[in-house]
Design a protein around this ligand. Structure first.
Ligand code: GTP
Ligand code: MG
Length: 440
């Protein structure tokens, strides 16, 4: 794993915009930047600094306004000298800038290479490096919250304490081995059992939490919502349900649930009573129920009849974040559908395959949160660690040779080490960091 060269990547999303960030890490950072960046202050900063200046690029006559952010080693994300050039986000300009920096002795970074360097420099443990990825890939607030908790040390930290405990225990056991002839016991059997029991309880606890978080066994729930007569029940039926449909608004008075197999992913579709401002008590109750159901949904499908204007309230709902809302134009055989909505018709079947696919994608995403690979990797190490501790416990209980106890303790520690990346293989790092995007 090479870390002594200087890597470069565009850290912002491609395309036009207000800002593009070109990121560098490595010993040649400052000299590479100095090859094109000029400012009134000294060009080679040795302290953490932000400089306003300009970048001179070949083939471009005028200077490009640029800001330079510089973090000297070791107080940077990667632990190395790091720099960022912030420039106007114009793809051809950014391309020229990168080309120039590559010529000045840098190399294009691979996926996740900045975070890999941070890990190798001991800035992050492996579970937190994976959490960086989880934060980037989070598709909703719940996923973001989980990834941020892990980034803050949610999994690694309790394990650090256990690792210290086991290391101390191993040291005591190994010290005893040196004095085996004299028959001195550094730690009494009862004390050993107590310490191992505490460790097992801790591992079991973390292991249980990890497993719960890695798989979401909650069925993805889609709630059809919208005004009366929008065509909710018809869409529900077209997706596989069996609801009453009629031209009379307010046909649906109670909710109906249908489980659908969307190509291997199971989802639950709920038909609800239509929302309207008018209505007596039954309508009011039906609507209150309908809104409550929408609140409990993973996704609300807001049905908007193609031949009726979208109201201000509906527009507001479309932008709601929690739960997520997807607007679909219904009854699109009656009129041309607006381009910004998925067009469907329960009569002709238009758009239904696209809708099913979209629902399947969302459901699959919920079933496999971005952090799942990290969580199940950790859960695997926890399980193995627990097996070693159980055997260690039995060794003490049956008064087997202390050499075997030391062996099991080392096995347990290796598992903890692999989990946080204190013990790692190139293969493991490859697997973790190849999932990252370039520039992170
Ligand atoms: N042409 C056409 N008519 C449709 C379509 N979908 C529904 N309709 C008609 O629109 C009317 C209302 O349909 P429903 O599915 O009952 O509407 P709803 O949103 O469930 O209405 P409520 O249960 O009253 O809230 C019925 O007369 C349906 O036949 C469609 O895709 N094309
Ligand atoms: Mg209905």
């Amino acid at each position: 794993m090479k870390t002594h060269d200087t890597i470069i990547a565009v850290a912002t999303a491609p395309g036009y915009g207000a800002r593009a960030i070109v990121r560098l890490s490595g010993p040649a950072c400052a000299t590479a930047v100095a090859s094109l960046f000029t400012t009134s202050e000294p060009v080679l900063p040795i302290r953490r600094t932000i400089l306003q200046g300009s970048a001179r690029l070949p083939e471009v006559l005028s200077a490009l306004p640029a800001d330079l952010y510089f973090w000297p080693a070791p107080h940077s994300y990667t632990g190395q000298d790091m720099a960022e050039l912030h420039v106007l986000a114009s793809p051809p300009l950014v391309e020229l800038l990168v080309e120039q920096l590559l010529k000045a002795g840098t190399r294009a970074a691979g996926p996740g290479e900045f975070t890999l360097r941070a890990f190798l420099a001991g800035k992050l443990d492996l579970t937190r490096a994976e959490a960086v990825l989880g934060v980037i890939e989070a598709g909703n607030r719940a996923e973001l919250k989980q990834a941020l908790a892990q980034l803050a040390g949610g999994v690694g930290r309790p394990m650090q304490e256990l690792r210290d405990d086991l290391l101390n225990l191993l040291a005591d056991v190994e010290a005893g081995l040196d004095f085996a002839e004299e028959d001195i016991n550094f730690v009494q059997q009862e004390e050993l059992l107590k310490r191992l029991g505490k460790g097992m309880a801790q591992v079991l606890n973390v292991s249980r939490q990890l497993k719960q978080r890695a798989v979401s066994d909650k069925v993805f729930r889609v709630v059809l919502a919208g005004r009366p007569n929008a065509g909710k029940s018809s869409l529900f039926n077209a997706l596989g349900g069996a609801a009453l449909v009629s031209p009379r608004p307010g046909t649906t008075r109670d909710y109906l649930i249908q489980r659908l197999d969307l190509g291997g992913v199971i989802a639950e579709v709920v038909d609800t009573p239509g929302w309207s401002s008018a209505g007596g008590t039954i309508e009011e109750q039906a609507q209150a129920l309908s809104r409550k159901l929408a609140d409990q949904a993973d996704l609300v499908l807001l049905c908007l009849r193609v031949d009726e204007p979208v109201s201000a309230e509906e527009r507001q709902i479309l932008h709601q974040e929690q739960p997520a809302v997807l607007g679909v134009a219904t009854q699109c055989d009656r009129a041309a559908a607006p381009s910004d909505l998925l067009a469907t018709s329960a009569v002709t079947g238009a758009g239904l395959d696209d809708l099913r696919l979209l629902l399947a994608q969302r459901a699959a995403r919920q079933a496999h949160p971005p952090l799942a690979p990290s969580l199940s990797r950790c859960a695997h190490h926890m399980e193995k660690c627990l097996e070693h501790l159980r055997r260690a416990h039995a060794v003490v209980l049956y008064e087997d040779p202390p050499e075997i106890l030391a062996l099991e303790l080392r096995g347990a520690l290796d598992q903890l080490g692999e989990m946080v990346g204190a013990v790692y293989t190139d293969d493991l790092l490859d697997r973790v960091f190849s999932r990252f995007c370039i520039g992170k």
